[in-house]
Design a protein around this ligand. Structure first.
Ligand code: FAD
Length: 507
């Protein structure tokens, strides 16, 4: 054969660049469910099952379009365990002239492909991943000469580049950003649309059995499994979101409600990140819904900003700063990750709820990740790298390129402010304002210190005091530090003791 084309588990689209000049008559595709990829962290059972099932369905789609696909299942006797050995074996069998692969989304695999030329002694072509709007080079040029990098300016350039929600060179609605309208707390009486659910077919059922057996000890519940595993179903899930939840997405983007894991979020990052959905295609659908008058501007703009703004920006930062980014630790935090991140056994109702739904659905929405589990870890001084491994394991949408900058940069401020302009630190008052968690909590959110006080409160002020030197030059934090300075010495002491007592119990 001419080319052996390797398609990775997060490259599940016929538009992938490795297939661009390929020919079904002369080329063969290799796909494999590899133990090394399934176990470099303890992935949530649902995440493994989702990806393997989506891969098998994609391989069928390719075969139906005339491709020859060598598909190695996890339990196949031909499974070689990792990419290098599996590709080597396929080279021996097919004797191709070239290997073609679209570059990996993460540093580890991308470096490995770069070394293959030497190891496999065959011509390797690594095609750039064209599924993103902004290339590494474009981002370097954009960042060059800027003193500080801010997503908002990057986002405006992406609006101009795509023409999304633009009237010639002006933003539709007269403003670039409608975020000030997007901070409403949710209310129990609101109608909560649910994400579209899909019953497992025979292929998925086989995978569920396989994953339950092989990854029995991994985190998370495998059932109920309701994710889409094909492009058509992922599109149905997205259209369902546009119709039912998008109109309220903006208003309640930052809200949290006990027992309501999804609110008005789209729950599609797992589809986007593995190639089942295309970012521009979905943004065009959102734009069309706005022009049709079914979705208000704050929702349409807010949603499009998440995709062409945040998602692209986060990825660009990853490639801009790797490999050193993963070990950033601005606050020098070294506390081990508390065990309740795995068990959910804690009295803090917000943390308990976020972890319980993570276990059940392999999902938590952004504010739960940022302001509950992330915020708690930063206030408690948890090692950012350990936390990063947790986030990488527990969500169905977790890939290093998107998870790591969100954890290290946005949620832990471990990069010292490259990604976020201030630490996302908050006391219980914020959680109480944006959710109903505090109503049924064992702790009192109004109390700052003492045994029954909400732990977020003392930890928050103690965090401010511990890191005052590092924070005092940050204009967005100054006010909180001045508030702390005004506390009496007695109060400061009580905060320190409350915080220490709580942290002692954690370890
Ligand atoms: P919605 O709220 O409906 O938003 C729509 C889409 O916008 C998302 O699907 C996603 O593609 C994109 N988006 C929104 N915010 C971000 C962001 N900050 N970064 C990148 N894309 C964004 N997202 C992942 O895709 N994978 C991860 O592993 C991941 N880890 C995270 C870890 C932490 C600590 C934090 C704070 C955020 C993380 N995010 C991650 C970003 C965000 O929380 C998820 O994209 C979102 O919750 C997915 O749910 P959704 O599809 O319902 O998103």
């Amino acid at each position: 054969i001419r080319n052996l084309i390797l398609i990775l588990g997060d490259q599940l689209t016929p538009k992938i660049s490795s297939l661009k000049n390929a020919d079904p008559m002369q080329d063969v595709i290799l796909m494999a469910e590899l133990p090394e990829e399934a176990s470099y962290v303890q992935h949530h059972k649902k995440k493994i099952a989702f990806l393997f099932s989506a891969m098998r369905h994609f391989a069928d789609e390719l075969r139906q379009s005339g491709w020859t696909v060598l598909y190695i299942t996890l339990d196949s006797p031909d499974n070689q365990g990792d990419f290098t050995a599996q590709t080597q074996k396929a080279i021996q069998h097919f004797k191709p002239q070239n290997i073609i692969v679209t570059d990996a989304g993460e540093w580890r695999l991308s470096q490995m492909f770069k070394n293959w030329q030497n190891i496999l002694k065959i011509n390797i072509h690594i095609a750039p991943d064209t599924r993103f709007l902004c290339t590494e080079k474009e981002f370097e040029n954009w960042a060059h000469g800027r003193k500080i990098l801010r997503m908002e300016y990057f986002y405006r350039d992406m609006r101009r580049k795509t023409g999304l929600l633009m009237d010639d060179d002006k933003p539709v609605g007269g403003k670039w950003n409608f975020d000030t309208e997007n901070r409403k707390p949710a209310d129990n009486n609101l109608f909560m649309p649910q994400p579209k659910k899909f019953a497992p077919d025979a292929t998925t059922q086989n995978i569920l059995d396989l994953v339950s057996t092989r990854f029995d000890n991994n985190f998370g519940d495998i059932e109920p499994f309701t994710f889409a595993v094909t492009r058509d179903d992922a599109r149905r899930a997205f259209d369902h979101f546009v119709q039912n939840a998008l109109p309220n997405f903006g208003d309640y983007q930052d809200a949290m409600l006990e027992g309501e894991p999804f609110l008005y979020h789209s729950v599609i990052a797992q589809y986007l990140n593995c190639g089942l959905l295309d970012p521009l295609e979905i943004c065009r659908k959102v734009e069309a819904a706005y022009h049709a008058g079914t979705v208000p501007i704050n929702a349409a703009e807010g949603y499009i900003r998440q995709i062409i703004g945040w998602r692209e920006y986060i990825r660009a930062i990853y490639w801009f700063k790797m490999p050193q980014y993963e070990n950033e630790n601005f606050f020098n935090h070294h506390r081990p990750l508390p065990n309740f991140y795995w068990t959910g056994e804690t009295d803090m109702s917000c943390v308990k709820d976020a972890i319980a739904q993570t276990k059940r659905h392999a999902y938590a929405h952004h504010i739960q990740r940022l302001m509950v589990t992330g915020n708690f870890a930063m206030l408690a001084g948890v090692n950012p790298h350990e936390l990063h491994l947790w986030y990488l394991s527990v969500y169905a949408d977790a890939y290093e390129w998107v998870e790591m900058p969100n954890t290290i940069g946005m949620s832990q401020f471990a990069d010292g402010g490259l990604l976020a302009s201030k630490p996302y630190a908050a006391s219980g008052a914020y959680i109480n304002r944006m959710s109903n968690y505090c109503k049924n909590c064992a702790y009192n959110v109004k109390k700052r210190t003492g045994k029954d006080a909400c732990p977020f409160n003392a930890l928050y002020w103690d965090f401010m005091s511990r890191h005052a030197d590092k924070l005092k030059t940050n204009p967005r934090i100054g006010q909180m530090l001045r508030t702390y300075e005004k506390f009496s010495e007695e109060e400061k002491q009580a905060i320190k003791i409350s915080s220490e007592n709580f942290l002692k119990k954690l370890s």
